[in-house]
Design a protein around this ligand. Structure first.
Ligand code: MOS
Length: 742
């Protein structure tokens, strides 16, 4: 039997998905289900002085209109609203009081017999406010803050960026070649296909089943217990399938609180589905202003890096990631300094969005490196190789593995990089200017504690269970592959259970950490199953494995087999029959190995070709090669899809995506996927994904995870290609026609 691990296995849930059998949070039905619809604030800051719901109440079929004035009891302390990935601060409490903190904030919930009635009645609710002045423009805030040296400034340095190295100021001043630039990434939104939704089923005797769109069912369960003072055994949260999360579902979102609130108020099962527009207040990639200064010697040695960032957060929570940290990590450079400030705006708190901090931080670094290469008159790939670092520059430690050099080599070869004419505007094809650019990508390789239960039946079927989520990444499939190999069973004999808070413990699915965590978790539990089978096998009469130790045997083709002498074997069926057991059940927690002596990262080299219409400035990304080193690839098909999706998103980041706010009203003006531009089929051309071999022993299976690395570096590679094509450097994303032609 060929191993499943590493093969291009099609999704085990693919059939259920394409036939519609896979049900999402808004698709679970129960008799007597009622429907909720939101009323959202139309001001950015202030408080509600009056809510007139009388017209809504009079609509036939309306059951209730809940506001902060008449809602059932909710917790009154911040701690209750903190979830496992909450930032510091005071989490937003839906319908808690009359305070308005962002435009689009939920302020009333209409519940009715049908969703149409609920939505219509919601349009009749009249709200009066007492407005306060708001600021939603990060540039305005920065300009104001630099004008007055006010310690109470809304731009604050709230946490410590990576430690500085040696004397960056002197090194910058002494550098032969310098580049300094300011780069901007606007607010961007996740826009997963599936709308956020919760269906809350009132089971009687105080118990609720909550079908919720989330990346972490147990995180939502704990959160609901905190907010409503419920016991874990009374709230079961389910999320068997998810139509895209990208980080927007890491924290419990307000729709789940509101649906549970309504279900408790009415003692009826309730569904709340957010509209696309309402999803724009759930969280977003924070806008980011970055200044990077690089100093180099003529030979292309990097002597100094200075990286300053301002990122956006709300007034009530301090969301940030280590945006500047990637600059210090990636290249060999003796002198470095960083600063990171948070700009408090009258918006909802941002949240993680695919490769949070790296997608943005590495964009600035990799564009700056390209500009430095131009200043040095050096090939941009050659510059990266001269600054290549085999050690983590922050902590001066080796990597568990780093096959980035090989990514550069294989990526450049597949792309044909040697044929690049370095001169901007030198390559043409018909009326198009052709540009070739490249960039490096980097992400973390993490593993988290996770618990897996396996139940093996005498008929050779196994059920593998863990409360993790499959957010569309292929978790069901890789879990089945790993279990099949570890248990020596065909893939079809494995059933996977996940997305249910009653299953064994798992953290949220995020940070690209679930593949490594759950696959090694399955390996641990499968070993316990094997040990139990061996114990039973030894007891069979004249057992061929009588003297075998656990490490001497493996499970292959439904049998426990001696590694030294494959003729010595006992079938699973025989072992269990002699042991008189119908099933073997094991549940084990797997903790990551403590290994701070080495850095654990995945890497990529991204090469992009753009064609720019010289007359109109229209940019097309005609080719992308992404060469990725991410340890062992569990499934080349689903992993390629992850990188492909990341590259497509990188095209969006470079050329299309931008959340536009009318700062006069503090309101998002393009809160829909018609006016918030994302790459469509016509924008996506040839994408070639390469996985570079990389052996890593950070965990037994050598897995690093691929959910996020695919987007990192892509926007920079495209921006650098646009410069190469046109000779025009656009540093504020997205690179739109007007910026290219101004
Ligand atoms: Mo990811 S942004 O941690 O879902």
């Amino acid at each position: 039997m060929a191993p499943y691990i590493g093969s291009a296995t099609s999704r085990v849930d693919g059939f259920a998905k394409v036939t519609g059998a896979a049900k999402y949070a808004a698709e679970f039905n129960v008799s007597g289900l009622v429907h909720a619809s939101l009323v959202c604030s139309t001001i950015a800051k202030g408080r509600i002085t009056h809510v007139d719901a009388s017209a809504a109440q009079r609509v036939k079929g309306v059951l209730t209109v809940l506001t902060h004035e008449n809602r059932p009891a909710m917790a009154d302390n911040d701690e209750a609203y903190k979830d496992e990935v909450a930032p510091d601060g005071s989490p937003y409490r839906p319908l808690y009081d009359g305070k308005i903190m962002f435009n689009g904030q939920p302020i009333a919930l209409v519940v009715a017999e049908t969703s149409e009635i609920a939505r219509f009645a919601a349009s009749l609710v009249r709200v009066e406010y007492e407005k306060e002045p708001h600021v939603t423009d990060v540039h305005r805030l920065r300009d104001a803050a630099s004008a007055v040296k006010d310690p109470g400034s809304p731009i604050e340095a709230l946490f410590t960026p990576p430690k500085r190295r040696r004397t960056p100021e002197q090194a910058l001043a002494a550098a032969t070649v310098r580049h300094e630039g300011e780069y901007y990434v606007p607010i961007e939104h996740h826009n997963p296909m599936e709308l956020y939704a919760s269906t809350v089923i009132v089971e009687g005797n105080g118990k609720l089943t909550v079908y919720d769109k989330t990346q972490g069912v147990q995180n939502v369960q704990r959160y609901l217990c905190g907010v409503f003072g419920m016991k874990p055994e009374d709230v079961r949260v389910m999320s068997p399938f998810m139509g895209g999360g990208f980080g927007s579902g890491l924290r419990p979102q307000f729709q789940v609180v509101l649906a549970v609130l309504a279900a408790r108020a009415l003692q009826r099962s309730v569904r709340l589905v957010l509209t696309r527009q309402q999803m724009y207040t759930l969280g977003y990639r924070p806008a980011m202003i970055q200044r990077i200064a690089l100093g180099a010697g003529v030979g292309g040695t990097l002597d100094a890096i200075a990286h300053d960032a301002i990122t956006v957060t709300s007034h009530y929570e301090d969301f940030h990631r280590q945006e500047t940290g990637w600059s210090g990590l990636l290249y060999k450079c003796a002198n470095a300094k960083y600063a990171h400030k948070l700009a408090r705006l009258d918006l909802a708190t941002p949240c993680d969005m695919r490769a949070p901090s790296a997608a943005t931080g590495v964009y600035a670094l990799e564009c700056a490196m390209d500009e430095l290469a131009v200043a040095l008159e050096l090939d941009p790939l050659e510059l990266r190789l001269r600054c290549y670092s085999d050690r983590d520059q922050h902590d001066d430690r080796p990597y568990s593995s780093k096959a980035l050099r090989e990514c550069y080599r294989q990526g450049a070869e597949a792309f044909g990089w040697v044929k690049r004419n370095p001169k901007p505007r030198s390559m043409r094809e018909g009326g198009d200017l052709v540009g070739w650019g490249m960039a490096t990508g980097v992400w973390e390789a993490l593993q988290v504690p996770i618990t897996v239960r396996i139940v093996l039946s005498a008929n050779g079927h196994a059920e593998v269970a863990c409360a993790t989520s499959d957010i569309g990444t292929g978790t069901y499939t890789i879990m089945a592959q790993v279990a099949a190999d570890m248990l020596g069973l065909p893939l079809d004999n494995i059933s996977i259970k996940l997305g249910d808070s009653s299953l064994p413990q798992s953290p949220v699915e995020g940070g690209s950490w679930i593949a490594a965590s759950v696959s090694n978790g399955i390996a641990t539990t499968a070993e316990a199953i094997r040990d139990e089978l061996l114990r039973l096998s030894r007891q069979t009469p004249n057992s061929p494995l009588a003297n075998a130790a656990p490490g001497d045997v493996v499970l292959v083709n439904g049998k426990l087999v001696s590694k030294r002498d494959p003729s010595r074997a006992v079938s699973i069926a025989d072992a269990m029959r002699h042991g008189a057991v119908e099933r073997i059940e094991q549940e084990k927690i797997t903790n990551p190995a403590e290994d701070d002596s080495r850095a654990h990262n995945s890497h990529s080299a991204v090469f992009a070709e753009v064609k720019v219409d010289e007359q109109l400035g229209v940019i097309r990304v005609t080719r992308v090669v992404s060469a990725v080193a991410a340890g062992r690839i569990l499934n080349t098909k689903t992993a390629s899809s992850q990188i492909l999706g990341g590259v497509v998103w990188g095209i969006g980041m470079a050329l299309h995506e931008e959340t536009l706010i009318d700062h006069k009203f503090g309101r998002i003006m393009n809160a829909n996927i018609a006016e918030y531009h994302v790459p469509v089929n016509a924008d996506v051309h040839d994408i070639n994904v390469i996985f570079v071999d990389e052996a890593d022993d950070s965990n037994p299976l050598g897995v690093k995870g691929v959910g996020e690395i695919g987007i990192v570096g892509v926007a920079a590679a495209i921006a650098n290609a646009v410069y190469h094509a046109t000779g025009k450097r656009v540093r504020d994303l997205p690179i739109t026609l007007d910026k290219l032609n101004r």
